[in-house]
Design a protein around this ligand. Structure first.
Ligand SMILES: NC(=O)c1ccc[n+]([C@@H]2O[C@H](COP(=O)([O-])OP(=O)(O)OC[C@H]3O[C@@H](n4cnc5c(N)ncnc54)[C@H](O)[C@@H]3O)[C@@H](O)[C@H]2O)c1
Length: 312
């Protein structure tokens, strides 16, 4: 039996954002086709430990991820991904930090590609922590950027994100903002990646046509988006059970009557539906709390690259 252990560097060298987006898109399509056995994740210590698992039936492969989440630490999220296949003894153990960043960015890339208008090129990112670089990379991969505005409650983090990404964003206008509503006023795409517990802006601050991704809130007590944005947008989510258990803003909007469950479309269903969830124009929202099928998709990609095929 062999255990292949992959560091953050191994993962970053092996997987491009374009590959991650493609793998995660196929993961969401397989989720819609009931290819996964995927329990709602186990939440311990009020969200400070998470255990996620997914079994992909036709490939007889499974992924289990454990995370420790501590926002007083940088990076906040750390843990392990284990991938295995029933027919073989070898398995793969990978650093969960980069897997999580890649798969969360990739989900946003898939949704942005589906929902943002084709010519969208002005992105505003709110929250410049560990997830933010891959949020930008994913959007840039599907909608090449002309302008990036970054805002964080800690301006040093905003500056750090710009410095990190500048070499990858030649020709893109880069700005740091301090006023959230001014920062989103002319955005065509917005990514929210904060730990906020109340909405980051009012819906009235947004243009009439915009696509908003919100990855931050993963507990019922957290919110990034206001009810009036959710009630006036086409809302696509990663998976209904996970969202109903964890997404503070969707739970709030359902409780207040701003949204009904029928207003929510799962990403996999949107990708496989012959009718697009939104016509051109208007406001669209992608809300994700993160599901194990995404981690499986990246782990499967890593297994294909690092575990040689055996003839068992
Ligand atoms: N949806 C998913 O699949 C997924 C995956 C990973 C992380 N997350 C969540 O996304 C969030 C960000 O994760 P991270 O690892 O980047 O965390 P992080 O702590 O590294 O970064 C969060 C950033 O948000 C900023 N912030 C907080 N409140 C703000 C506000 N009101 N306005 C502006 N900036 C604000 C903080 O200063 C910080 O820089 C967390 O809540 C995390 O749990 C979701």
């Amino acid at each position: 039996m062999k255990t292949i252990t992959l560091s953050a560097e191994d993962i970053r060298e092996a997987v491009t954002m374009a590959e991650a987006i493609d793998a995660v898109r196929r993961g969401f399509i397989d989720l819609a086709r009931n290819e996964f056995e995927m329990p709602t994740r186990t939440v311990l210590r009020d969200g400070q430990f998470l255990v996620m698992s997914a079994h992909h039936q036709s490939s007889a492969t499974a992924m289990i991820k454990t995370l420790g989440v501590n926002f007083d630490r940088d990076p906040a999220i750390a843990g392990t991904v284990v991938w295995s296949e029933l027919g073989r003894l070898d398995h793969l153990v990978a650093d969960a930090g980069p897997v999580t960043m890649l798969r969360t960015g990739a989900a946003v890339g898939v949704a942005t590609d589906l929902l943002a208008v084709p010519e969208a090129s002005r992105l505003t990112v709110i929250g410049a922590g560990a997830q933010a670089p891959d949020q930008v990379r994913a959007v840039h991969s599907v909608r090449p950027l002309s302008r990036l505005i970054v805002l964080d409650a800690d301006s040093r983090r905003a500056q750090k994100l710009i410095t990190t990404l500048a070499p990858e964003l030649a020709g893109v206008e880069l700005q740091i903002a301090t006023d959230t509503e001014a920062a989103v006023r002319e955005a065509e795409i917005v990514c929210c990646a904060t730990t906020a517990t109340s909405p980051l802006f009012r819906a009235s601050a947004l243009p009439a046509e915009v696509h908003v991704n919100a990855i931050g809130a993963f507990r019922p007590t957290m919110r990034e988006l206001p009810d009036d944005l959710l009630s006036t947008s086409t809302v696509v989510i990663d998976q209904l059970d996970a969202i109903l258990a964890e997404s503070g803003e969707i739970i709030h909007a359902l409780d207040s009557g701003a949204l009904a469950k029928d207003d929510l479309t799962e990403l996999g269903a949107a990708l496989t539906s012959p009718r697009p969830p939104a016509g051109p124009g208007g406001r669209t929202v992608f809300k994700t709390v993160g599901v194990a099928a995404q981690d499986w998709a990246i782990a499967q990609l890593l297994a294909a690259k690092f575990l040689p095929v055996t003839s068992s």
